[in-house]
Design a binder for this molecule. Sequence first.
Ligand SMILES: C[S@@+](CC[C@H](N)C(=O)[O-])C[C@H]1O[C@@H](n2cnc3c(N)ncnc32)[C@H](O)[C@@H]1O
Ligand code: SF4
Ligand code: SF4
Length: 335
Amino acid sequence: MLAAWHFHIEISSKCTLRCPRCPRQEVPKGLVNTELSLNFFKRNFTPEFIQQNLEKITFCGDDGDPIYAHDLIEVIEYIKSVKPVEFVIVTNGSYKSIDWWQRLGAVLDEGDSVHFSIDGYNQNSNNIYRVNSNYDSILQGMRTLRNASECLIVWAAIAFKFNEHALDEMKIIAYNNGADIFQITLSTKFGSVYESYGKDDPLEPSTQFVSSSYRFERQHLPLTSRARSERVHQINLDLWNSVDKTDIVPLCEIGNKGLYINSRGILYPCCWVANRYNHNSEWHEIAKQFDLNKNLLQNVLNDNFWQTEFRQFKWQECKTKCNSKVVNQEYATSW
Ligand SMILES: C[S@@+](CC[C@H](N)C(=O)[O-])C[C@H]1O[C@@H](n2cnc3c(N)ncnc32)[C@H](O)[C@@H]1O
Ligand code: SF4
Ligand code: SF4
């Protein structure tokens, strides 16, 4: 059964940045800049659905950034008016006003988190990968949020050649601007892993900062005593303990990654099969029937498909990301 306690939602596929290895840059064909409205949420996430299922929403996405959705704050307000659902927001953090961050802070509490994706130690270095970002506005946003909310603030850096020598410096900047956790992502999107990035990949850091597995790896360094919310962790753990661990251990039935809704309102079992790379073309056909503008979320989740054909887990992403050889407790209970 799909784990409907956690949804990963691309509330906006719009973004002001042009990070070169983001799908919006790598697969420009088929990119649609759009967003989900408060009405979309009210129609699909009814008070009954929220009460019976929902524990957590992660606003991130394959192609865009949540802070550019006009209704982001109103959607959080609406859902929290029904139930104290946990929110995680993953953002590049650029170009929003002080007033906007104050209003966001007012609807987030100590159970929520905001991840700022910042790979640089100043305007120029951050713009090497986060092309068109604005460093001052990001740090202003982080400080404003710190003063406005008890939420957990994570500085999420990807290790690159241009920043690996400066990670300690970035950690200090993170602390000084109100972050609670300094997270380092070891990416796989480098020339030594994928030939397409070239043998002399200018972004590739030294080997210790490249993921040694097929997926991104994350290290967390606490900067303050504020910690991640444990409220929903037990649900995740119980599902990990009870799920059938045969050839495939489907994370979509455990819930740590969240069932995915893209900015066009189409439901997928995870963001991996939704990504607009060619190997997912079969999923893009399948998912047409799970358009939440035409069918309600509860009806889509009740579709017979999820108990039948889907459970063959025959797609490339299932065989790699959710292969029992690679799934362990840590992987199945973290984002
Ligand atoms: C497409 S972004 C959407 C959220 C938001 N726009 C952001 O960048 O944080 C989803 C995630 O991909 C990450 N990402 C982007 N480029 C990456 C890369 N080359 N390697 C690993 N993760 C990457 C972002 O940092 C973010 O955590
Ligand atoms: S900020 Fe996020 S969505 Fe925007 S281009 Fe970069 S990785 Fe992609
Ligand atoms: S890759 Fe397949 S099994 Fe894994 S979460 Fe996605 S749909 Fe489920």
